[in-house]
Design a protein around this ligand. Structure first.
Ligand SMILES: Nc1ncnc2c1ncn2[C@@H]1O[C@H](COP(=O)(O)OP(=O)(O)OP(=O)(O)O)[C@@H](O)[C@H]1O
Ligand SMILES: [Mg+2]
Length: 239
C-alpha cells in the first residue's frame, strides 16, 4: 500500500564543510500519517529546527529521502522542480504569534496566502472566515493583530497555517507563550484539523503541558531520531 502523509528515511544534513562542518542531522526517520499529530522533542542543538527546515524545503538536506503523499520530493537531491510551489501549496507553517503581519487585519492575515496563490480576494476572505470560525476567533475577524490576546493571536496563526489545506503542517513551539488551558486548546484544534482535513502534523515542543497528549513522539538526540509511544492522553473538550 502506498503511504500518504509524510515519510522521511535516513535523512542527513551537514552544514558547512571541512574542519568546521557540523552534522546536524545524522539519521532521521519518521512517518506521519494523514490525520495524525506527532510530537518532536529533543534538547537544544539536537536538530529540530534543521529538520523542520528540511521538511519545509527551506534548506536542502545532504542525503536521504523524503516522500510527501505519493511523491518523492527529495532523494539525494530535490525531485520537485518548483520548491516555491511546494512550500506555498503543500506545507503549512505555524510559528509563534508574532509572525502575524501587523498592518493587515485578522482576516487578511489568514487570507493572504490564498490571494498570493491567485484566489479572488472575496473567496479567499470567505475561506479565511470559515477557518476563523472553526477556531472560534471569528468575532475578531476585523481586528488588527496587536488588538488580540496571546491565545487569539495563536489561533489566528494556526488558521493561517491551515488555510491552504496543506497535507503537512509544521508547528514550531506553537504553545510556548500560552497558559495551560490555552495550550491544550491549541492542541485540541490541531487534532481536530488533522482529522478534518487529513493533515499530517508535526509539533516541535518543549512544553510539558502538551507532551502527554501525543500518541507518538519522536525524540531527536544529536541528529538521530528515536520513536516512542506517547501517553496519548485525551484532551477534553471545553464547552
Ligand atoms: N546555519 C547553520 N550553520 C552551521 N551550523 C548550524 C546552522 N544551523 C544550525 N547549526 C547547528 O546544527 C545543530 C542543530 O541545530 P538546530 O537549530 O537544528 O537545533 P534545535 O534542536 O532546533 O535547537 P533549539 O532547541 O536550541 O532550537 C546545532 O549544533 C547548531 O549549532
Ligand atoms: Mg530550534
Amino acid at each position: 500500500m502506498e503511504h500518504a502523509g509524510i515519510r522521511i528515511e535516513g535523512l542527513r544534513k551537514r552544514y558547512g564543510q571541512g574542519d568546521t562542518a557540523v552534522d546536524a542531522l545524522k539519521d532521521v526517520n519518521m512517518a506521519v500519517a494523514p490525520g495524525e499529530v506527532v510530537g518532536l522533542i529533543g534538547p537544544s542543538g539536537s536538530g529540530k529546527s534543521t529538520l523542520l527546515k528540511c521538511l519545509g524545503a527551506v534548506i536542502e538536506p545532504s542525503a536521504g529521502r523524503m516522500t510527501l503523499g505519493n511523491e518523492v520530493i527529495y532523494d539525494d537531491g530535490w525531485k520537485t522542480r518548483d520548491l516555491r510551489a511546494l512550500r506555498r501549496d503543500r506545507i503549512g507553517f505555524v510559528f509563534q504569534a508574532p509572525y502575524l503581519i501587523p498592518f493587515l487585519d485578522v482576516t487578511d492575515n489568514v487570507a493572504l496566502l490564498l490571494m498570493l496563490a491567485g484566489m479572488p480576494n472575496k473567496e479567499a476572505r470567505l475561506r479565511a472566515l470559515e477557518l476563523l470560525q472553526a477556531l472560534d476567533v471569528q468575532h475578531r475577524a476585523r481586528a488588527m493583530p496587536a488588538q488580540l490576546s496571546g491565545g487569539e493571536q495563536q489561533r489566528v496563526a494556526i488558521a493561517r497555517g491551515l488555510v491552504n489545506r496543506p497535507p503537512v503542517i509544521l508547528a514550531d513551539e506553537p504553545t510556548a507563550p500560552l497558559d495551560s488551558e490555552r495550550a491544550l486548546a491549541v492542541i485540541r484544534i490541531l487534532n481536530d484539523m488533522a482529522r478534518r482535513f487529513e493533515t499530517a502534523i508535526i509539533v516541535v515542543t518543549h512544553d510539558e503541558k502538551i507532551i502527554p497528549t501525543f500518541r507518538r513522539i519522536y525524540h531527536i538526540r544529536d541528529g538521530v531520531t528515536h520513536e516512542e509511544a506517547g501517553e496519548g492522553r485525551a484532551i477534553e473538550r471545553s464547552a
